[in-house]
Each structure stands twice: as C-alpha cells, then as structure tokens.
Design a protein around this ligand. Structure first.
Ligand code: FUL
Length: 439
C-alpha cells in the first residue's frame, strides 16, 4: 500500500506560501537568541501596526501566518499566567497588550490562516531541565493558547535546545493536547507527525525530494540530509516545509536593512521549495517601532507580482496530448481543476504534447496527484526544437509540484519520459510558462 497524505496535509500543501513573523524581546536587544534574563520593560514598540504586517502578507499571496508567540528567551507575546517574562510586564499598552491576539484578529480580517511558534527551549523558565515539571509548564502554555483562539492551524516546535541543560520533551503528550483542542492543527516538530524541517535554513528542498520518510529514524537523531531528501521507502507522509528569512537573521536588525532578499533571490527560493514539492515558510521581521521595513514590503510585493504574472497563463491550453500509456482523461492534464487527474497505464510512460503553434517558454510545471501518493522516481524532458528532440532536463522526483526552469526555447512539442516509478504515475497537471525576465 502506498503511503498517502492526510486531508489536512493536502490542504496544507496546497497553501504553498506561509509567512513566518519573528518579533519579540530580541527585536529590542538586537539579538538572534536571547538568554531569558532580559528585562520585560525594554519591550516597547511605539508604533506597532499589526495590520500593516498582515495586510502586506495578504496582498503578497501568503495563505497563513505563524507568529513567534515565544522564542528561546521565554518572553511571551501574550499575557501568560504561567510566567512573568511576558508582555504583561512591559510598557506596551501599560501591560494590557496581547500581540498574539492582535495578529489573530488581523488574520481573521484578511482571511488568512493562523499558526503559532511556541519554542520548546525556554531559557527563562525555572522548570527547564526539571523533566516533568517543564513538560507540565509547556502544556499549560500550549493550552492557554489553543483554548483561546477558535482556529490555530499550525504549530511550530523547532529542534533548538540548550547545549548544557538536558530536558526531554514529551512530544506524544503535546501532540495529544494539540489534536484534542485543535483537531485541524498541523504539527511541525523534530519528530513530525505532519510537517518536517527541510534540513537547512536556506529554503531549499533536496533533489530527490520525497514527502515520505521514516519518523522512527527522525526520532533517533536530527539528520539534515535525510530530512532534505526524504525516503522513497518511508512509511510516513511528512510534508517538507522550507523555512528561510527574507533577511540574513530571523529577527529585525537595522544593520541588515541593505541585505533584504531581492526578487531574484526570492524567485530562486521559490523554484527550490514550492517548485520541489515543499511548502515555503518565508520569514519577515517587524522592527522596534513595530513595523515592517519598506524594502521588505517592496520585495514581497515584487515577488507576488512575479508569481501572479508568470503562472497565470498556461501556454499549453488548446494543445493535444498523445500517449498510449495514459488513460482517456488526457485533457485533465492541462485543465486547472486540482482533482481532475490522468492515470498512466505503465510505470514508465512517455507523454507527448503538441502545441497549436510554436511556443516560446522557459518554465515547465508537472504535478503528481498526491492524494494518491508520490510515485515518480526519475524523468526526462525533451523539447522539439528545429525538427529535433532535444533533452532539456533530467530530474528525479515530482510530487505535489515540480517547477523546472530551463533556458528559453522555441518549440512545437514537449515530451515527458518517466523512466522509473514506484507505481503507475498519476498526474494532474502539466503546464508551461514564459518568464520574460529569466534567460
Ligand atoms: C530555529 C531558531 O533557533 C531560530 O532562532 C529561528 O527561530 C528558526 C526559525 O528556528 O530553530
């Protein structure tokens, strides 16, 4: 039996673009990692505009927002009853503020999904390192958050740990609490169960990139290479989430204002994450005033304009598909209805698509219908250029979506040769596009 994703994992994968927001006490100390000894009084955004953050992310095409409710310093952006290291002891709104709620409300206003990052490593907590006492504390905070917002759709627990203090995390218990209080919440952690780290913080999924992996192997040790490629024989479906910040750091630093990722860098990340069967989690970081910086906003807008412009017009519309190794639903390959798919009748089919006229293009998109599993192992793409078939690409996996950037060609046909697959492939889309700004 092939491993397949859950309903929530399919919904999650189709979102494609998620925004991370790193904001907290580090924003005020100009650090990436705090130590839990900060004075909460330094947390004082004078001109906080959560609406500006969420509106920017909304018009930039993000479908969900994950906020750092608590980072490794333990400082909470909500007035937690279980610690004094929180916004309630800061000058912000005279200790009456709750930025988690502000973000939640703004997400509701713009129709974005909402998720939380609740760091496992807490350097402020007196319980950290005391085993069960800390697990209780963590669960209390989890409940405080999960009970207070009607819909939390992702929770992020990263693998960062104290190098000197040993604290075991009771993941199974956390997962039970989460699934009980928010049944549709999808969980990211070093041990799954729904989403996994991509193995680097550059936003690059591997080649090959399998959504299948063995959680039992993930539990022994975090192996970035394994996470980065997955495992064709894996017994669990754990979607890859490619996290990367729009700046060198995760938190805002004025000194990085000239290092905001450009459109070209964001495009490259997009091809290597969404275009390689992963979901992109792109981080933005509001500054001390509580606003996103203008360059970050501009680059996000250019990025989303580029996506909309480039992928709105599938040049294959009206083309004819030839293959003896496909079922009769050929047209399902080029229509835009997600659940229309086309099954191959062999494990190694060749699919040829003839265009109505010669086309100029440089992006090829292929999608496997993942509700029925990830199957393709090796493929080649050829274009018919000046009366000759020329190989333009050789790749391994496809999965939910594969975006292939090639040098611009003028061709009248395209041929996809699937050389190896676990089971007979099931495809739901082939598209070609032209990005006039790529070579
Ligand atoms: C890591 C953390 O240590 C970084 O500070 C950041 O939050 C990143 C997204 O996850 O584990």
């Amino acid at each position: 039996m092939l491993v397949v994703p859950s309903k929530n994992q399919i919904i999650y994968q189709k979102d494609e673009l998620i925004a991370f927001i790193h904001f907290g006490i580090n924003t005020f100390t100009d650090k990436e990692w705090g130590d839990g000894k900060e004075n909460p009084k330094i947390f004082n955004p004078k001109d906080l505009d959560v609406n500006q953050w969420i509106y920017t992310l909304y018009i930039s095409g993000f479908k969900k927002v994950i906020i750092t409710t608590k980072h490794h310093d333990g400082f909470c952006l909500w007035p937690s009853s279980f610690t004094n290291h929180s916004i309630k002891n800061s000058p912000y709104k005279n200790g009456k503020g709750n930025i988690v709620k502000e973000v939640y409300d703004a997400c509701c206003k713009y129709g974005l999904k909402f998720g939380i990052y609740l760091s496992l490593w807490d350097q402020n907590s007196i319980y950290y390192g005391k085993g069960e006492a800390y697990n209780k504390y963590y669960i209390n905070q989890l409940k405080e958050l999960l009970n207070n917002y009607p819909s939390i759709l992702e929770i992020w627990m990263d693998g960062a740990k104290d190098s000197k203090i040993n604290q075991d995390y009771d993941f199974d218990r956390y997962f039970k609490v989460i699934k009980k209080l928010q049944p549709n919440c999808i969980i990211f952690s070093p041990v799954g169960p729904d989403i996994r780290w991509i193995g680097n913080e550059r936003g690059y999924a591997g080649e090959p990139f399998w959504s299948t992996i063995d959680i039992s192997k993930m539990k022994i040790k975090e192996i970035p290479k394994y996470l980065n490629t997955g495992d064709p024989k894996g017994t669990n479906w754990v979607v890859g989430e490619a996290d990367v910040s729009i700046r060198p750091g995760w938190f805002y630093h004025e000194s990085e204002n000239s290092k905001v990722k450009t459109l070209n860098e964001l495009k490259d990340i997009y091809f290597n994450s969404v275009g390689r069967n992963a979901v992109l989690l792109l981080n933005v970081c509001p500054n001390k005033e509580g606003k996103l910086y203008k360059v970050d906003i501009n680059n996000l807008k250019s990025f989303s304009n580029w996506i909309n412009r480039t992928f709105s017009n599938n040049l294959l519309k009206g083309s004819s598909i030839k293959s003896k190794e496909l079922d009769q639903n050929h047209s399902n390959l080029i229509n835009s209805n997600y659940d229309d798919y086309c099954s191959c009748t062999t494990k190694t089919p060749t699919i040829e698509i003839s265009f109505e006229k010669e086309l100029k293009f440089n992006i090829i998109q292929i999608q496997e219908y993942i509700p029925l599993g990830q199957r393709i192992f090796n493929f080649k793409i050829y274009c018919f250029i000046e009366n000759n078939w020329q190989e333009v690409y050789k790749g391994q996996t496809i999965g939910y979506k594969r975006l292939i950037l090639i040098d611009t060609v003028k061709a009248s046909k395209i041929k996809i040769e699937i050389l190896d697959s676990i089971e007979k492939p099931i495809l739901n889309n082939v598209s070609i596009y032209f990005d006039k700004n790529s070579k």
